[in-house]
Design a protein around this ligand. Structure first.
Ligand SMILES: Cc1cc2nc3c(=O)[nH]c(=O)nc-3n(C[C@H](O)[C@H](O)[C@H](O)COP(=O)(O)OP(=O)(O)OC[C@H]3O[C@@H](n4cnc5c(N)ncnc54)[C@H](O)[C@@H]3O)c2cc1C
Length: 529
């Protein structure tokens, strides 16, 4: 058995969650090992949709532009009846994160780009075709037993922390004895990926065909693909469902023939609603599908995994670098679990709308929602109730005091930085703790700046360019701060607001044990402490 060196973080699983974490931790300069039993990315397309906050997380590691080259932004979403007539049509509105609010994607293509991103970081070692056999908490480190599947050699490695991103059947979760409560839908869904040969009407939108006799989802996916998903009927045999004649029958009912698409692959999935009972066990953290599973209806399984990585990685970095106590890491589950639970609730709700099997109930649903859709503001309301919840954590690592801005992720408009360049806000913040203030810097910000936290003034479009001042070109940021009654706020490295104060109010002090700033990304502007 070969003895291996010690790492800051070992990531078990190189799916989208593990690969996102590897990019984030690599950019922070940590010594990381990623382990996956497979030789390449999972070839069957699974995820087809993501959102603006996920792209914002990828922006922080310089991948958002490249990823978007292979995505389809802002396509309409329609719930249609058995005749294909819409009863809800909506275009997803932006929540201000600086990227298109809705993106369709092709998961294998995305997985490749995210993995290519990891290769930029020499401190990240990737061990493919390695199986993690055991993860053992041992006081101030974790020991992992690996098998090199190419040579049958066993390796023992150690890491300060482990991220178990090893998917829904997470062997690590099992070894740690952590329950995965919830249920699995009895219904099995057929998932078809096709290559488009000739476009048809409505080929460009996501449609939930809420047909009681055969609910179906069809969705454009980039790089010339199109996806169909539909449930097996009681008594239908899986092998029969995957036969080409059976697939063409379902597509044919929607007017799609071999003239329009070529079938690439067909698989059957069961959907799960589950959440791990604990997301932390000693120095091991569950993330992505290992921590939660949800049906795919609002495109959030993988997206939630990327959110987990974005939440956890800056905290690991800060703890490993001795800038905050280890107890900060308990806030990972406290922040992420309620958000994931709400996302899952909404995904199930959308699933209920589209899979209603009772003909009379479906007719009433169609009439009621069609009537509601004619009312002003209904689209915003649908989005608020059915789609992705706000980027906001109610509980977690935040200053007390109950200020209304605390826990929100700050919007990301374009701003003019100190050099006069037009950049996205996060490119100014650079993944650091930062104080943003309108008007004069309050005196009680000093306790923060003395710990190396930079203070940046947000000026209006007419502001005079000078050091540590950014200009909010269209007033988005200043307007948002005003609505939240916040003249000063302290941002965490992930852009969530740790503390806030209106003019004349005291700004909360740094958290106990906070010894200095965390630089989690290469800083790209001239703001200094
Ligand atoms: C039909 C369908 C549609 C979907 N649509 C969407 C969507 O539109 N949007 C969205 O966001 N999500 C969607 N999802 C969900 C999304 O695909 C998953 O949530 C996502 O892939 C999970 O990523 P992960 O990295 O957490 O886990 P995985 O992708 O499952 O990766 C886990 C990795 O761990 C490795 N591994 C496991 N055990 C070990 C071990 N012991 N040693 C070494 N390696 C190990 C595996 O080989 C694997 O590579 C969909 C899923 C399905 C099935």
């Amino acid at each position: 058995m070969a003895e291996q060196p010690t790492y800051d973080v070992a990531i078990v699983g190189y799916g989208p969650t593990g690969a996102a974490a590897a990019n984030l931790l690599g950019q922070m300069g940590l010594k990381v090992v990623v382990i996956d039993r497979e030789a390449d990315v999972y070839a069957n397309a699974r995820a087809i949709s993501t959102d603006e906050e996920v792209l914002r997380a990828f922006q922080s590691v310089g991948l958002s532009e490249r990823l978007q080259q292979d995505m389809l932004p802002d396509r309409p979403v329609a719930f249609v009846d058995a005749e294909g007539v819409p009863f809800i049509e909506m275009k997803i509105n932006s929540r201000g994160s600086g990227h298109p609010p809705q993106q369709f994607l092709y998961q294998p293509a995305m997985d490749h780009v995210v993995r290519e991103g990891v290769s930029r970081f020499p401190s990240v070692e990737v061990l493919l075709e390695h199986e993690c056999l055991r993860v053992l908490n041992k006081g101030d480190e974790v020991e992992l037993m690996l098998a090199d599947l190419r040579t049958d050699v066993f390796k023992r490695i150690c890491a300060s922390y482990v991220i178990a991103a090893d998917g829904g059947s997470s062997p690590t979760r099992g070894q740690l004895g952590i329950g995965y409560s919830g249920r699995t839908y009895a219904e099995r869904w057929v998932v078809i990926d096709t290559k488009v040969l000739k476009e048809w009407d409505a080929h460009d939108r996501l449609r939930f065909h809420s047909n009681p006799s055969r609910p179906t989802v069809d969705c454009p996916t980039p790089l010339g693909h199109h996806r169909w998903e539909y449930p097996a009927r009681t008594g239908e045999n899986e092998q029969d469902l995957l036969r080409e004649e059976a697939i063409w029958k379902v597509l044919g009912d929607q007017g799609i023939t071999s003239e329009h698409v070529k079938i690439l692959r067909a698989v059957i999935y069961s959907h799960h609603v589950r959440v791990a009972d604990r997301w932390r066990c000693g120095r091991v953290f569950l993330a992505g599908d290992a921590a939660h599973a949800m049906p795919p209806w609002i495109g959030q399984g993988m997206s939630a995994g990327v959110r987990d990585a974005a939440n956890l990685c800056w905290k690991l970095n800060a703890v490993i670098k001795g800038q905050v106590p280890d107890s900060l890491l308990d806030s990972y589950e406290a922040e992420r679990k309620p958000h994931v639970t709400e996302v899952t609730r909404r995904a199930c709700l959308v699933g209920r709308v589209i899979t209603e099997r009772h003909g009379v109930v479906a007719t009433i649903r169609n009439h009621a929602l069609r009537a509601l859709s004619r009312l002003p503001g209904s689209h915003t309301m649908y989005q608020k109730l059915l789609w992705i919840p706000d980027a906001r954590y109610v509980e977690g690592f935040f200053a007390g005091g109950g200020h209304g801005a605390v826990g929100w992720q700050i919007p990301q408009p374009w701003v003019i930085d100190t050099s006069g360049a037009k950049v996205r806000l996060d490119d100014v913040l650079g993944g650091r703790w930062t104080i943003l203030h309108t008007g004069t810097q309050p005196a009680d910000a000093q306790v923060w700046t003395e710990l190396g936290v930079p203070a940046i003034e947000v000026a209006g479009p007419q502001g005079i360019p000078r050091a540590n001042v950014i200009r909010d070109t269209d007033g988005t940021l200043i307007g948002w701060l005003r609505r939240k009654k916040a003249a000063t706020m302290v941002l965490r490295p992930d852009g969530f607001i740790y503390a806030a104060a209106d003019s004349g109010q005291p700004l909360p002090a740094p958290p106990a044990g906070f010894t200095g700033t965390t630089t989690t990304a290469s800083t790209r502007t001239g703001a200094s402490a």
